[in-house]
Design a protein around this ligand. Structure first.
Ligand code: DHB
Ligand code: FE
Length: 267
């Protein structure tokens, strides 16, 4: 079912839609409370925990991203032939610099092992998409994002590049490390109580646009990552995992390569 275009709803329809959603959320929680005989003491533990979360900066959106963002992505981006979508995550920053060939994301020597990422952009009928814009962002080998973590230069490991006449692209970056979500707050508290890890596997984010195609927001993951089967936000989809190959350059330094072919649905 396509996502409801809420911009076309009348105020009455908006109220009815909200009422239905709120009623169903409350009913679902009430059913769980009944099913598990939740006590007043347990209920108070939950309200106290939510009070702590509310007092912590950015904690509520983090909590929702951890538990619910993947569900929203699944509804809004049903897989139907093209590359699977994936959550945008909280760290996208618009306006990343348009890079010039050869494409190299802004990075420092300390950001990690060199990675050459190559691939193609095609439409779902197999035609190459020339001039597709790939807006790329990622963490470094310490799991840090520019604009988010202190001490990282603006737009570090962020940039926009364009596919060539054959739909091909290649850019140089670094291998991203697994990323631990902020675990010191109420979200980390509940994950620790549940014995769940607080990590995401290393990943590179893409927003790919082309006049003839539906925009694609996705992430690419890497085989063998220790967190690939237990992503804290549950976002990993098997078709989005690629392989890192290791090589040695002339100075015996290792670098990695990987490839991914993106398929965009027709507009
Ligand atoms: C989340 C998503 C990311 O892509 C990321 O790098 C960090 C956190 C999240 O959904 O919370
Ligand atoms: Fe991310």
């Amino acid at each position: 079912m396509p996502t409801t275009d809420t911009t076309t709803l009348t105020p009455q329809q908006t109220t009815a839609r909200l009422d239905a959603i709120v009623t169903e959320i409350v009913d679902a929680i009430a059913n769980t409370i009944a099913k598990h005989n939740v006590s007043y003491a347990e209920y108070r533990r939950a309200t106290d925990w939510l009070t702590r979360a509310g007092g912590q900066v950015h904690e509520i959106p983090l909590l929702l991203d951890v538990f619910l963002a993947t569900a929203v992505d699944n509804v809004n981006n049903p897989a139907d032939g093209g590359t699977e979508s994936n959550i945008e995550g909280p760290f996208y920053v618009p306006g990343a610099p348009r890079l010039e060939q050869p494409y190299v994301l802004a990075k420092r020597a300390s950001d990690g092992e060199t990675l050459i990422f190559s691939g193609t952009a095609t439409s779902s009928d197999g035609a190459p998409l020339a001039g597709a814009v790939l807006d790329v962002w990622q963490a470094n080998a310490a799991g840090e994002y520019s604009f988010i973590h202190p001490g990282v230069p603006e737009y570090n490991l962020r940039g926009q590049l364009v596919s060539d006449a054959n739909g091909r692209f290649q850019f140089e970056t670094v291998v991203p490390a697994p990323y631990e979500i902020p675990a010191a707050g109420a979200t980390g508290e509940v994950l620790a109580t549940l014995g769940r890890p607080t990590w995401r596997p290393g990943h590179i984010h893409f927003k790919i646009t082309h006049d003839d195609a539906r925009p694609l927001t996705t992430q690419i993951y890497f085989e063998g990552d220790p967190w690939i089967d237990c992503d804290v936000v549950g976002a990993v989809k098997k078709p989005l995992i690629t392989r890192l190959d290791r090589h040695e350059d002339k100075t015996n330094r290792t670098y990695a390569t990987c490839a991914y072919d993106f398929v965009l649905q027709s507009a």
